[in-house]
Design a protein around this ligand. Structure first.
Ligand SMILES: [Zn+2]
Ligand SMILES: [Zn+2]
Length: 397
């Protein structure tokens, strides 16, 4: 009996044949584009100049290179999935049982013998995603005719062929020659007549002498070529990423300007900035602990409240405000664990923000942030940068 699951070779061959066919179609476009570029070259310019090569590469990737990489990457998974589906079809057929003993369509007797099981969709013109069901073909030993049933016992009905002009059921006549079967349909109502011809010559596969060679190439068995495509793809992706970064910097120029203007004092300078301000607010003997170098730099500090009549709450609050104000235009911030006060002794921690993302967040909250610039006064970055591929070569196959 007919089975769906085939040797792995069949799937590999079919998949690769599609890849080669797709590549050949892509190459038609590529060659045409190549000729166009060549025709339009200025005097003295060469098609293999890096600038031109990059354009050809970009076109090649778009028209087939990316698809070849995609098909190469998906090949194993696609074939495995396809084989699983075929195997499932075979299991479905093997497991199928008729739910009741059927009667012959022709003579009404029982005792029919199953001669074939196949998968079909019940509705005519059914979509591909509708499930297939098992259709049983049975032979009647009494009248020697065949009947077909679905698994649930429903008889298989052939839709009658209808006249395309008036929908009347047509009559047909079959004639067979050595090379073909011709069915002639005639409408008894309007007289419309048409033919359906089935060619009996099994279509011989046209010889394809280049297939094996092109398979190695386009299915990326050739590692050197494969690596080259990946390198070009990476190059374009890096360039796109770079473009995105340039654009982001342009769009947020006001933020980057504010980062530039932000003071980034060294640890030693903190004392110079803070001591006079704190003293003005009545805090004395400011000193720092040893800094901790982790993801960020943090440094503990302590001082004494010179005003003995200040309550702990007021002392903490005033110190917090004073430090925040003094460090507002720097990349240092008081840490969220706050300031602790005990018997006139205060301590807390400061953190330095150094990473760009953090600095951006600080800059966005800063008072120095100017309004966003719009297109016309942003600096032009679209200068005459030329596109270059990593290897500087084009693909000439
Ligand atoms: Zn029968
Ligand atoms: Zn008709």
């Amino acid at each position: 009996m007919y089975t769906h699951l085939k040797e792995r070779q069949f799937y590999e061959d079919t998949y690769d044949r599609h890849t080669v066919e797709e590549a050949r179609r892509g190459m038609v476009h590529y060659y045409k584009f190549y000729d166009d570029v060549e025709k339009r070259l200025d005097k003295g310019d060469a098609i293999d100049r890096p600038g031109n090569a990059a354009i050809l590469n970009a076109f090649y990737m778009q028209v087939l290179g990316l698809e070849l990489l995609r098909r190469y990457e998906n090949r194993e998974a696609y074939i495995a999935d396809w084989m699983t589906k075929d195997e499932a079809k075979d299991s479905q057929i093997a497991a199928a049982r008729l739910t009741e003993e059927p009667y012959c369509h022709h003579c009404g007797k029982q005792g029919l013998r199953i001669i074939d099981k196949s998968l079909m969709r019940r509705k005519e013109n059914a979509n591909y995603d509708e499930p297939e069901e098992v259709l049983f073909m049975l032979h009647c030993p009494h009248c020697d005719k065949n009947s077909a049933f679905w698994e649930d016992g429903t008889a298989w009905k052939v839709e009658p062929e209808r006249c395309p002009k008036c929908r009347t059921e047509v009559i047909h006549k079959t004639s067979k020659t050595k090379t073909a079967i011709t069915i002639t349909y005639t409408c008894p109502s309007c007289g419309h007549s048409y033919k359906d011809k089935m060619d009996l010559h099994a279509k011989k596969e046209k010889p394809d002498p280049d297939f094996d060679k092109e398979r190695i190439h386009y299915c990326l068995v050739d590692k050197e070529f494969r690596d080259k495509l990946y390198a070009i793809k990476d190059g374009f992706e890096r360039m796109a990423e770079l473009g995105k970064q340039f654009k982001e910097r342009e769009d947020n120029k006001h933020i980057y300007d504010a980062i530039k203007e932000m003071r980034k004092p060294k640890i030693a300078e903190l004392s110079t900035i803070l001591t006079p301000t704190l003293e003005k607010a009545g805090y004395i003997e400011l000193s720092f602990d040893k800094p901790e170098m982790d993801k960020d730099v943090t440094v503990g500090f302590n001082c004494l409240d010179g005003k003995s009549d200040r309550s702990d709450y007021d002392s903490e609050k005033t110190l917090k405000k004073t430090i925040e104000k003094a460090l507002a235009d720097t990349n240092w911030r008081l840490m969220s664990d706050g300031i602790h006060y005990r018997l006139g002794y205060l301590n807390g921690r400061l953190r330095a923000y150094e990473r760009e993302d953090d600095l951006k967040k600080l800059a966005m909250k800063s008072k120095n942030l100017k309004p966003k610039q719009t297109g016309s006064n942003a600096t032009d970055i679209g200068d005459s940068r030329t596109l270059k591929t990593p290897d500087g070569k084009d693909i000439i196959l």
